[in-house]
Design a protein around this ligand. Sequence first.
Ligand code: PAF
Length: 283
Amino acid sequence: MEVLSTKENILILIKEIKAQNKSVGFVPTMGALHNGHLSLVRKALNENDEVIVSIFVNPTQFNKKEDLEKYPRDLECDINLLKTLSNNNIIIYTPSINDIYGANIKALKFDFDGLENEMEGKFRPGHFDGVGTVVKRLFEIVKPDSAYFGEKDFQQLQIIKKLVEKFQLSVKVIGCEIYREENGLALSSRNQHLKSEQKKAAPTIFKILKEAKEKFRKQSAKKITDWVIKEFAKQKLLKLEYFIIADVKTLKENKIKSSKKSYRAFIAVYADTVRLIDNIALN
Ligand code: PAF
């Protein structure tokens, strides 16, 4: 398995791949890979000749310095996990800061038509400028035919689709279903920070999302939101940051239900200092 750490080397390899008319699937990650990432890589392998997985802990998308510092990093382990999928068709790219930012480690400012101001955008100021900056730069270097993103970060997925539309990039953005533990907990690199009691409590998040989906058939968004707030008030180890039922296109909170629109429920919860997010399609 090739592991390339410079822009120069990845550019040479991509040129060779393109010269052979092979398709390139791309899975950008920050490492600390888990089965959720592997499901994206598997899908990319099924749909492309070659797959590039980038591993880069992007400093500008962290709005808290301690989050960036404690972000898990284990390249050796990531490589071994990817080897279980394919030894021949996966290329790992671990860019340097310089590849992405040059001398100036600063995020660009984006206008994603307001998508960046909802939910995660409200609670993590600047986060989506950081994501937009790194993904745009990676797309420019890798020039993939298709790029794969998990629906766990549904807002990020919609923002990347918007980025591609606004900058007219020729990459197909593919959203992939959330990968869950058997108990329903959505896989996340942050789960490894959960203590055993918190791990037991965390599946409640998906349980509540599923009940919210059930209720959505008959009840208003307001009534469901009030119910979710009450349910979390009973939880000792989980603290609700937000629960929102939103239109998937605008990501704006839904007030009046329309049968023509698609909705999702979005949630962010703290287990002590560990922040977990999840979402579910409602109709
Ligand atoms: O979802 C992630 O892991 C990151 O936000 C991404 C898309 C790799 C950008 O750093």
